[in-house]
Ligand binder design. Structure first.
Ligand code: ATP
Ligand code: MG
Length: 299
């Protein structure tokens, strides 16, 4: 029978991007870029966010693409964020349809009509992209934030460098654990997404996963969920020191609810570890699968 440790290794690699998914993401990026370039003066575009950092979970959706506009489009930068978001939105609606192009706070979501099956598989296809208009300011970028009604600064390279550093300090297990807890967060079993945005989980993991890696997925997750529950109500700044706090995505009520769900998760893990300690391997595997969802293997 599969050991719990081997099950976690398999789980980790199931949540990893593979070649086919990357090929599909590149093809979608190319399609959207070729179209957007007919409507706006684009300097360059690149896949970014958790996708580019290897901290994206499955099923693969909302892959971020930054569209860096040329200086000749800087009139947009002088206007409220809503103007450029509206123009990108209506351009993408013309191409993909009003049911497929959805306006969000900082981006337009383009849905390709792919659905995940009951095992969270998409036949290696990307479900959707988040199209983010951006202006370059030195090494940083400014992107629209509709909720704040102003442009915010960001630096994906700094976020990526922090993730690389954490990964190195944690025996190359850090990104795998981030993908796992983001998978837990997205799991439909909750009927709700406890932590929003899920980038907050990654940001918290920069501080809540303490190096060195102790050698056991179960123990690291036990400590992690209990720390996340303790610290979810804190203010979590942008690790690059540029944008608004990442924790601003939740109000006090949502934070309190997230804390409850994280505490419950932490108690669930304590119970699963008891099964493992008693040698009830099969029960432990089934309990981890119930905890995470269908990508956690039973065999
Ligand atoms: N408040 C913020 N300030 C500065 N940059 C931010 C902020 N929030 C997000 N970002 C940057 O924008 C990127 C895209 O944001 P998003 O919310 O899609 O997170 P993500 O890391 O891609 O997670 P997910 O896997 O949920 O897509 C982040 O990876 C981060 O680099
Ligand atoms: Mg994203």
């Amino acid at each position: 029978m599969l050991s719990v440790d081997d099950a976690f290794r398999k789980f980790r690699s199931r949540l990893e991007l593979n070649d086919k998914e990357q090929a599909n993401a590149s093809a979608r990026q190319k399609d959207v870029r070729e179209y957007i370039e007919t409507k706006f003066k684009i300097d360059r575009s690149f896949l970014t966010g958790s996708y580019a950092r290897w901290t994206k979970t499955k099923p693969l959706k909302d892959v971020d693409i930054f569209f860096v506009l040329k200086a000749s489009e800087s009139h947009y930068r002088d206007k409220k964020p809503t103007v450029i978001l509206d123009d990108f939105h209506s351009a993408l609606v013309d191409q993909y349809g009003s049911d497929k192009a959805r306006r969000q706070n900082r981006s337009i979501n383009v849905d390709f009509g792919v659905r995940a099956d009951q095992d969270d598989n998409t036949d290696y296809r990307v479900i959707s992209l988040d199209v983010v208009p951006a202006f370059a300011i030195g090494d940083d970028f400014e992107i629209p934030d509709d909720a704040l009604g102003r442009w915010i600064k960001t630096n994906p390279q700094t976020h990526a460098a922090k993730a690389v550093e954490a990964q190195r300090a944690f025996a190359n297990e850090w990104k795998g654990l981030v993908r796992m807890i983001k998978y837990w967060n997205n799991n439909a079993r909750h009927g709700e997404k406890p932590v929003k945005p899920s980038f907050l989980l990654e940001v918290m993991c920069l501080q809540c996963l303490h190096a060195p890696w102790g050698g056991s997925f179960e123990r690291e997750l036990q400590g992690l969920f209990s720390t996340l529950a303790d610290r979810i109500q804190e203010t979590w700044a942008d690790p690059a020191g540029l944008g608004p706090p990442i924790s601003d995505g939740m109000d006090a009520q949502r934070k309190a609810r997230a804390q409850q769900l994280l505490r419950q998760a932490s108690r669930d893990i304590d119970a699963i570890l008891n099964l493992s300690r008693r040698g009830q391997n099969g029960d432990a595997l089934r309990a981890w699968r119930a905890f995470f969802g269908p990508k956690f293997p039973l065999s």
